[in-house]
Design a protein around this ligand. Structure first.
Ligand code: SAM
Length: 280
């Protein structure tokens, strides 16, 4: 990632949610409050060009049409992000219902999940980690909007510090508690080795029966245009996995319990859930 710059991809995902919320039929499909909170976060971050005027333009019909057209060129790049948000929300709510008491969102960007769910689930601890350049802008924005007491935001470069160390050093995390970890739009910025190492570190930082909900690309050769654009942005894609190879992608100690879409209906990203299993 480019040093000293708020992640463009994180900003783009949040801005897409503002636009998607304005697309007929989509507002009520998205988790309640997501488009509005994405807009509020972007505005409160003070990051250029997200002024009130620019965000109002992002909700206009022509902005919706433009984004819809963009999705024809790159399937999954607009509505696909909405489906990703819905999936992560459902997985986190299902894990909490099943007894998880901690939620960790890695590479959180301007995602709203923790902010929305923390107040509704006061007995659950929510933790977000992102690269300092992005996390600081998010911290500023969350403070301005009102930070729930059970939400902690950490500014950490995971390429520089081990996740297991970060969590062991944090008062906001209990490494024995059943947890759900979200890695949305993050793994493909890591090499295959770094993905396995990350899962290994998560495994050592959560209680038995914890889960990871994540998104992944299918095959890096499929996305030549998008890859070139992202490399120019300083956020190149480095790893991918076919659905039937996810087990190897995440490494040992994890069982894949859900994976979508089916290869025939493939979009830009696949969505999956892994649960920790006893073989360490
Ligand atoms: C595509 S964005 C996704 C943001 C968010 N998960 C979402 O879906 O809305 C990727 C995120 O990963 C974060 N990230 C990338 N490399 C990182 C690193 N080394 N340490 C911490 N965060 C990182 C970026 O700052 C950015 O917020």
């Amino acid at each position: 990632m480019r040093k000293g710059r708020v992640s463009r991809t994180a900003l783009n995902v949040a801005a897409s949610m503002v636009t998607l919320g304005a697309k007929p039929g989509w507002h009520d499909r998205l988790p309640a409050g997501l488009p509005e909170l994405s807009e509020a976060l972007l505005l409160a971050s003070g990051v250029f060009p997200f002024s009130a005027r620019a965000l109002e333009l992002a909700r206009r019909p022509w902005a919706v049409r433009l984004a819809t057209l963009g999705e024809r060129l790159q399937p999954g790049a607009f509505e696909g992000l909405g489906k990703r948000k819905i999936f992560m929300d459902q997985q986190v709510c299902a894990a909490i219902d099943a007894g998880a008491t901690q939620v960790l969102v890695l590479g959180a960007g301007f995602d709203t999940l923790c902010l929305r769910l923390a107040s509704e689930n006061p007995a659950v601890r929510f933790l977000e980690i992102d690269h300092p350049d992005t996390a600081r802008a998010k911290q500023r924005a969350v403070k301005q909007l009102g930070q729930p007491v059970n939400l902690t935001l950490l500014a950490v470069d995971l390429a520089q510090r081990k996740l297991s160390r970060v969590l062991a050093d944090s008062d906001a995390w209990d490494s024995s508690a059943v947890s759900i970890v979200v890695a949305e739009g993050l793994l493909y910025y890591l090499t295959p080795e770094a993905v396995r190492q990350l899962f290994d570190e998560i495994r050592g930082s959560v209680g038995e029966g914890s889960r990871v909900a994540f998104s992944h690309l299918f095959d890096l050769r499929r996305y030549r245009m998008a890859r070139a654009a992202l490399a120019l942005e300083g956020e190149p894609w480095l790893s991918a996995s076919e659905p039937d190879e996810l087990h190897d992608y995440v490494g040992s100690g994890w069982e894949i319990i859900a994976a979508q879409p089916a290869p025939a209906a493939r979009e830009l990203e696949g969505l999956a859930v892994a649960t920790s299993c006893s073989a360490k």
